[in-house]
Design a protein around this ligand. Structure first.
Ligand code: PLP
Length: 583
């Protein structure tokens, strides 16, 4: 008999069930007695090495029967901290909350025993233990602790401004004018920016960006987004199908939430690429949706192979109802740009299996390979004709990426295509409970979807800045790939687009043994050693998922040119020493 946590009914009749006996070969977490991750490739921490650590922590956290030899003591903060750690032994080093909480339980209504267990299980590698240690090292450097390096290089996350990218002038000017309309009389601001600011403020209640907007966003910005899509695809777009959000992340979660419903006693399944951007594994874990991983083909520039989609789908449908396929194009962390033929095949596969397509197209401006082009799923679907032009699609865009890199201002949009109007009404109701996305984010989005036109005063500067950023990113992507491929044991596909490189690293058996002894995944072990020795913070491939027995790291291409050169030199030097030590 499985042990059911008393009183932890999740949502409707949903329960997290923990098997009493815990053979390491079996999956540890079950969802209504079905695996949460049916036949999915491993993702950060949900793997054999680290689950043993996590299992002990989780087992300690639940009142299991006395037949188990594991401790049933209430967890301390130290144990709890091991639950949020990606992998490795329980330790307080990467605790994400204060040690003053050490006596959790007695005075707390909300404890590790009864907090929403899906959130306990959720992981998000790009802000995980490696970054926490990097932040700690930064503090140590500030305190004067001697290290073999002077600064921490955060190549862990696609945050361009954090790595020195300059903002696009018109975007910041528009923010200034909408925040402080008295600046409209200031001759330093171009007339076209003033006109944009007036048009947006005209659509803001009380003429102020301090007021709530409509829940799906300010109408003029949604209209501009629809016009932007029409220009991009050459096909009509309806502004009523555009919903703005606090970053694409928020919109993606609002969309995935719609599938959080069991059909015929089985949970919904979402197909995601492996390697993937960890927002997806995190959101699926949070909602209790089944993750169906399909591997991208590393030997074929991380292409998307339809036979692999079939394999993943057929295996998963025994335990869940596959209902969505996520495609990230251009890819994060893998940097591939899908060909039009590849997209057509994915659309045919989705149509055959009645899957809703989630096209994560936030890197649509970041194409560096001169032989590749961005093709939106919507354009391809329309141009394929019936029945494909009637398929359901949610496509996402963001101000965080592209040439803008405005990650902190937060805005994204979704275009819903062929969505059932009744479902659209449910989605609208659901987002209205959050009132509205940040209005300043929407102002920034307006520049992206309504950029200056030829002849307008801001046009030349805008084009100059946009081109400079994109050309520099293209140059850095080539520099990173070429340098990594010159290091023995590194193999990287070209970064055709996006902002990352995901090289494979051949780790020697001795390093793999040492990682095991440290209770870490081998690439996590490598990434920690790299961080401690050089101050370079990258993310281990296991945070994104990878084929068993392969090891990767993900680095961004975002540090500015001189810094990226320094980074690559230190990485090379470190790797050669590491190989010597573990060969
Ligand atoms: C593929 C992908 N989708 C979505 C996002 C989230 O973007 P936002 O900052 O708009 O939430 C990111 C961020 O890195 C991403 O890489």
């Amino acid at each position: 008999m499985p042990h059911v946590c008393s009183g932890t009914t999740l949502g409707r009749s949903r329960r997290i069930v923990i098997s009493r006996a815990w053979p390491s070969s079996k999956r540890s977490w079950e969802y209504g007695r079905r695996p949460l991750y049916p036949d999915s490739p491993p993702i950060a921490g949900i793997n054999r090495i680290s689950t043993s650590t996590i299992q002990r922590g989780h087992l300690a956290a639940f009142p299991l029967s006395s037949s188990l030899s594991l401790s049933s003591k209430k967890p301390t903060a130290a144990v709890a901290s091991s639950l949020v750690k990606t992998s490795g032994k329980p330790t307080t080093t990467y605790r994400t909350f204060s040690s003053t909480m050490a006596t959790a339980g007695e005075h707390h209504t909300l404890t590790i025993d009864n907090v929403f267990s899906n959130l306990r299980r959720m992981e998000y590698a790009v802000r995980g233990p490696l970054l926490l240690r990097a932040l700690e090292i930064e503090k140590e450097l500030k305190k004067g602790v001697k290290k073999p390096f002077k600064e921490v290089i955060k190549a862990n996350i696609g945050d361009a401004h954090a790595m020195g990218q300059r903002p696009i002038t018109i975007l910041r000017q528009l923010l200034l004018l909408t925040i402080s309309p008295e600046l409209m009389n200031d001759p330093r601001y171009p007339e076209d920016v003033k006109n944009r600011a007036k048009a947006i403020l005209n659509d803001c209640k009380g003429g102020s960006v301090g007021s709530y907007s409509e829940s799906p966003g300010i109408e003029i910005v949604r209209r501009h987004a629809a016009e932007y899509i029409e220009r991009r695809d050459g096909h009509p777009a309806d502004y009523k199908n555009i919903i703005l959000s606090n970053g694409a992340s928020d919109g993606i979660k609002s969309f995935l939430k719609l599938f959080n419903e069991e059909l015929n006693g089985l949970p919904s399944g979402v197909m995601i690429p492996i390697p993937q951007y960890p927002l997806y594994s995190a959101a699926l874990a949070e909602f209790g949706l089944s993750q169906i991983g399909y591997y991208l083909d590393e030997d074929n520039k991380w292409g998307l192979d339809i036979t692999e989609l079939e394999r993943a789908y057929n295996q998963a449908k025994k335990t869940c109802n596959p209902r969505v396929i996520v495609v990230i194009n251009p890819g994060n962390p893998t940097g591939q740009v899908l060909t039009r033929a590849n997209i057509e095949n994915v659309i045919r596969f989705a149509q055959k299996n009645r899957l809703f397509i989630l096209a994560d197209e936030v890197y649509q401006d970041n194409i560096y390979d001169p032989d590749s082009a961005f093709h939106s799923f919507k354009k391809v679907m329309i141009e394929m004709g019936a029945p494909y032009n009637k398929m359901e699609l949610a496509s996402f865009m963001s101000i965080s990426k592209g040439y803008m890199g405005e990650c902190g201002i937060r805005c994204g949009y979704a275009e819903y295509f062929n969505m059932d109007p009744d479902v659209m009404a449910i989605l609208s109701k659901s987002i209205s409970a959050m009132l509205c996305p940040t209005v300043l984010g929407q102002v920034a989005m307006d520049v992206v979807v309504n950029p200056p036109k030829p002849g307008e005063p801001s046009y030349n500067q805008f084009i100059k800045e946009k081109t400079a950023v994109l050309e520099s990113l293209a140059e850095r992507s080539r520099l990173v790939v070429d340098t990594l491929n010159s290091i023995p044991g590194f193999k990287s596909n070209p970064a055709m687009g996006a902002m990352y490189v995901f090289p494979r690293i051949d780790l020697p058996p001795k390093a793999i043994e040492a990682a095991k002894a440290a209770g870490q995944e081998p690439d996590v072990f490598y990434a920690f050693k790299l961080l401690e020795a050089t101050g370079i913070c990258v993310i281990a491939g296991s945070g994104f998922g990878q084929k068993p027995g392969t090891y990767h790291i993900r680095t961004t291409i975002l540090p500015q040119k001189e810094m990226i050169k320094t980074m690559l030199n230190s990485l090379k030097e470190f790797h050669l020493k590491f190989m010597k030590e573990y060969s």
